[in-house]
Design a protein around this ligand. Sequence first.
Ligand SMILES: Nc1ncnc2c1ncn2[C@@H]1O[C@H](COP(=O)(O)OP(=O)(O)O)[C@@H](O)[C@H]1O
Ligand SMILES: [Mg+2]
Length: 248
Amino acid sequence: MSHHIVEAQNLHYVYPDGTAGLQGVSFRITHGESVAVVGANGAGKSTLLMHLNGCLSPAQGTVRIGDFPLIKTTLKAVRRTVGMVFQNPDDQLFMPTVFDDVAFGPLNIGLPEEEVEQRVTQALETVGAGALRDRPPYRLSKGEKRSVAIASVLSMSPDILVMDEPSADLDPQARRRLIELLKTFKHTKIIATHDLDLALDVCERTLVLSRGRICADGATAELFRNDELLSQSALERPLRMQNCPVCR
Ligand SMILES: Nc1ncnc2c1ncn2[C@@H]1O[C@H](COP(=O)(O)OP(=O)(O)O)[C@@H](O)[C@H]1O
Ligand SMILES: [Mg+2]
């Protein structure tokens, strides 16, 4: 089965003000892989992720999702396949209530009301946000907004999950719930994060980005032992891998 493959070939992107976002990024992620994207602030993580569902189009290079190149005519199908949680939940939530936001995608693809109701309830329960159902999203705390943004993607049952800093602002229980959720999601996952403990828990492979380029691509546990590489990317070993004399 090749429909959960994500491939980037020589991606270049320049923002309108001339800032280089990506400077030649290539990788191939195969069906069912779980991949972390890490790097310093401004390394290009969000820019890269936004290429994977066509929110940004590369100046040069190609993205392939499954068997198809990501182009205008495949965009709609790609967006059904790739569920994207943006770095800023305010970019994702725009309806009057939480229910409406989580129901928006399923309604948009014409699912019957009963199934929409079922999907919304399940997605909100999964992220522990059932009680927020009738609240206006703009009044929620940042962490609550993030949980709802994740639910709005889960309600579409995507084949590929792409998440940009999904654990930012979450309280420890919501973060733990997210990790358990990600562990049970068996399809392809791509997660940009500064939370290296989460990456270690959930992703067997990691891409390290630096100034719009991939500077390392390998097994997460191995890369996270490389202190020089981590420090070049303004990162630190996950807590579990720090040499604490008590935990050792
Ligand atoms: N809208 C924008 N206009 C101009 N430059 C931008 C814009 N968004 C991001 N950048 C720049 O592009 C580079 C990559 O940013 P980004 O992908 O957001 O990094 P990361 O997600 O790794 O923190 C940075 O230098 C950032 O300042
Ligand atoms: Mg970012």
